[in-house]
Design a protein. Structure first.
Length: 380
């Protein structure tokens, strides 16, 4: 079967990659997962068990200083791959970020002729491209030499288009593939059998995650404050905490009778909170995807998300929920009213649409991309 090299500096921090590796292994791909790490404690993290054709290399070769020395960092990763992995046997490289992982993949292609695909993540555009202008041209080279470019949602494709020179966009555009993240099977296996009829007197809004400024919780609270001026109908439960806006959100919540905070909880308890709520709301900006939206959808919750962010444009508007301007309480309030008025229809759609995000289906999309590129390379 085809031999794939994954270059993934985020592997030890994101359990979702382990699920992708396991499903691709089950399809017969021979995978080598190369994970450059910044700490010895990251070695071995998320290593997939019960895989027959997958091997792992965790390389403790990164350090904080390399954050600001991009070309030295990617050169170091590239050289270590050449030293530790038999790249001559590799048929395709999957670089899981544009800059940190795409740079070494580009160098490997130049030397060995191995095709690669590259994924674009939030930090690629909001950190590397934004704050390191001296590497932008190199990033464009990585994109132009890739066989495919993976984006999580159409919203991120639009963001990419904004920064690519107009004359280069047609070539980049034809390589773009939209492949979203998949949700943990736990949520899909525990979908509700039926959608409860919406309550007339109360609307329970739910958020789960860290209290970070970009999540837009401050605007959500202000929106509910407006909606509750005449009647105390909308309630908000915030589950989680921590993050760079924890103190501010807790301070806001302390003055609002309609807001309650619950600390982070295991998924077995969290699913009970989902099933008691009416709507999931997270008007977050700079969101690569947002698996929590899909978790909520699987439990029959319509979702409110931010325009041009995360899952926006994956669905027709008002199919499973709707997008709002992330920093506009008036718009958030108006969209919550619309969701409330159509809650039962949106909830049924949400449960049905959530099944598209199984690891079985998402891994099949990756497999199709891999095999198409490998076959084209053989025919070239």
């Amino acid at each position: 079967m085809s031999k794939i090299l994954h270059i993934n500096s985020e592997y030890s921090n994101r359990p979702l990659y382990r699920n992708l590796v396991k499903h691709l292994d089950a399809k017969g791909f021979e995978q080598h997962i190369y994970v450059p790490v910044r700490s010895a404690s990251d070695i071995g993290k998320n290593q997939a068990e019960r895989t027959n054709k997958t091997t792992f290399t965790y390389a403790f070769i990164l350090n904080p200083a390399l954050r600001f020395l991009y070309f030295r960092k990617t050169q170091k990763i590239y050289r270590d791959i050449c030293k530790t992995i038999n790249v001559q046997n590799i048929e395709l490289i999957h670089a899981h970020t544009l800059f940190t992982n795409g740079g070494p993949a580009y160098r490997l292609k130049k030397r060995f002729g191995i095709p690669y695909i590259v994924a674009i993540r939030n930090t690629d555009l909001t950190i590397f491209y934004k704050y390191f202008p001296h590497i932008r041209n190199f990033g464009l080279k990585v994109l132009k030499n890739a066989s495919a470019i993976i984006l999580m949602t159409p919203a991120w494709k639009e963001k990419l288009k904004e920064i690519i020179p107009e004359e280069d966009w047609p070539g980049v555009d034809q390589k773009c593939r939209i492949i979203p993240n998949a949700v943990d099977e736990y949520w899909l296996k525990n979908r509700p059998e039926r959608i409860l009829k919406a309550k007339a007197d109360k609307v329970e809004i739910l958020y789960a995650g860290r209290f970070i400024k970009k999540k837009g919780l401050q605007y959500l609270i202000n929106a509910l404050d407006m909606l509750n001026e005449d009647k105390d109908k909308f309630r908000l439960t915030l589950i989680g905490g921590g993050g760079n806006y924890d103190k501010e959100i807790r301070s806001m919540a302390a003055d609002k009778d309609f807001v309650r905070i619950k600390e982070q909880m295991p998924k077995e308890k969290l699913i009970e909170e989902y099933q008691k709520a009416d709507v999931f709301a997270m008007p977050s900006h700079s969101e690569t995807f947002g698996l929590v939206y899909i978790e909520a959808m699987s439990q029959g919750l319509p979702v409110l998300y931010a325009k041009n962010e995360g899952i926006d444009k994956l669905f027709e508007d008002f199919t499973v929920g709707t997008a709002a301007e992330h920093d506009n309480p008036e718009d958030i309030a108006a969209k919550l009213i619309h969701i409330e008025q159509n809650k039962e229809r949106l909830a049924k759609n949400a449960v049905n649409q959530s099944t598209k995000f199984s690891w079985k289906k998402i891994s099949e999309q990756y497999a199709d991309v891999y095999l198409t590129i490998i076959e084209n390379q053989k025919d070239a």
